[in-house]
Ligand binder design. Structure first.
Ligand code: TYD
Length: 136
């Protein structure tokens, strides 16, 4: 399976009506895991690169609920960039995939849904070590 196939862009259902938009994300339904943690990143700007890690245990879905940002996704072999610019779209990041988030608009609010509680020890923050680990 290609990296893009492993990290699909997910379009969420819009339950909006004339009163406004409504997007619902249900664990194990609209995304492939049960949600254990939610965090969001805002106040970053176009000079900042965040992420820069892979996770041994966690899966994520990233959604720009406001503004926009880009996510560079790589497994050391393939690489692609997703522009997150609509509250109705997200990108799924499985375990052991490296991601960098950058080019944040000043109004960017990047919502992250995670499959685990936080455990700093499952983060790989050194790219060379990441490549070593995936190559076994
Ligand atoms: P970091 O992983 O560097 O953020 P990002 O991947 O978004 O660039 O996290 C910044 C700090 O916040 C770091 O000290 C770890 C802490 N943190 C938690 O305590 N819990 C969490 O769920 C997350 C994502 C980070």
């Amino acid at each position: 399976m290609s990296l893009k196939e492993r990290c699909p862009v997910i379009e969420f259902k819009d339950l909006g009506d004339e009163r406004g938009k409504l997007v619902v994300i249900e664990g194990n339904e609209s995304i492939p895991f049960a949600i254990q943690r939610v965090f969001y990143i805002y106040g970053s700007d176009s000079t900042v690169v965040r992420g820069q890690h892979a996770n041994r245990e966690s899966e994520f879905v990233l959604i720009n609920v406001a503004g926009q940002s880009k996510v560079r996704i790589t497994d050391g072999h393939e690489e692609f960039v997703v522009e997150l610019n609509r509250p109705m779209m997200g990108v799924y990041i499985p375990k052991m995939v490296w991601k960098d988030m950058y080019d944040f608009s000043s109004d960017s609010v990047l919502l992250v849904l995670a499959s685990t509680h936080y455990d700093g020890s499952e983060y790989i923050r050194d790219f060379d070590k990441y490549i070593e680990e995936i190559n076994g």
